[in-house]
Design a protein around this ligand. Structure first.
Ligand code: MD6
Ligand code: FE
Length: 208
């Protein structure tokens, strides 16, 4: 059998980091965020092609994409209101897993309906790559693909189930990664199905 490419150093998967009760509490937190900052469907820079996922954010900064490009901004693109605060449950997760890092400034909320996917990308719109990116998956299981720091590097895939946490730190901070597909009906956490992924990031360099 062909050997699988190794996970990059600094990639960490924590299965079942949130138990069922904690997942339900987190879903309630996110529903409250989305009432204030509704999901929107971003479009690709230049082409204007819509993403298959819908997005929102919480935290002082939110990641957006439109025909002008990718960027972080302090307000929702449609309502122009400041993003809601990052729920304490997620700040606690960050403090546990990245105790050395300054606090996260952005939490991107990605909502996948069945059939949605996310192409291979690097998280590189931040001013600093010192802190890790930490993600939480909720709802249907997805296949996550991860490679190296070059797009052509070999990749491998791993399933992310509800409650799983991924840390991309160290050499894996700039690893290419994406979501190939969802396994429809694999979770009953979200009443309409689908999957939510939350990614916590530090965006700015802390003042020294
Ligand atoms: C997703 N995740 O799981 C997409 N980025 O839906 C990401 O793009 C991601 O899981 C950086 C770090 C962890 C991630
Ligand atoms: Fe990412």
């Amino acid at each position: 059998m062909a050997e699988e490419s190794p996970f990059p150093t600094g990639f960490r998967l924590i299965p079942d980091c949130f138990d069922k009760a904690a997942q339900e509490a987190l879903v309630d937190d996110i529903r409250a965020v989305l009432r204030a900052a509704p999901l929107f469907r971003p479009v690709m820079p230049k082409t204007g092609k819509p993403f298959s996922v819908q997005m929102s954010n919480c935290g002082p900064l939110g990641w957006v994409s439109d025909v002008k490009g990718y960027r972080y901004q302090p307000v929702h693109p449609a309502t122009h209101a400041a993003w809601p605060q990052i729920p304490n449950r997620l700040l606690d997760l960050w403090a546990d897993l990245a105790p050395e890092a300054p606090p996260p400034e952005a939490c991107l909320i990605n909502y996948y309906e069945t059939g949605a996917k996310m192409g291979l990308h690097q998280d590189k719109d931040e001013d600093t790559f010192d802190a890790p990116v930490i993600s939480v998956s909720l709802g249907d299981t997805a296949t996550f693909r991860i490679g190296g720091t070059q797009r052509k590097d070999p990749t491998r895939s791993v399933r992310l189930a509800s409650g799983d946490v991924v840390v991309l730190g160290g050499a894996a901070r700039l690893a290419y990664h994406g979501i190939d597909r969802l396994i429809a009906g694999s979770s009953s956490l979200l009443k309409n199905g689908g999957r939510v992924n939350l990614t916590l990031r530090r965006v700015t360099r802390p003042a020294v």
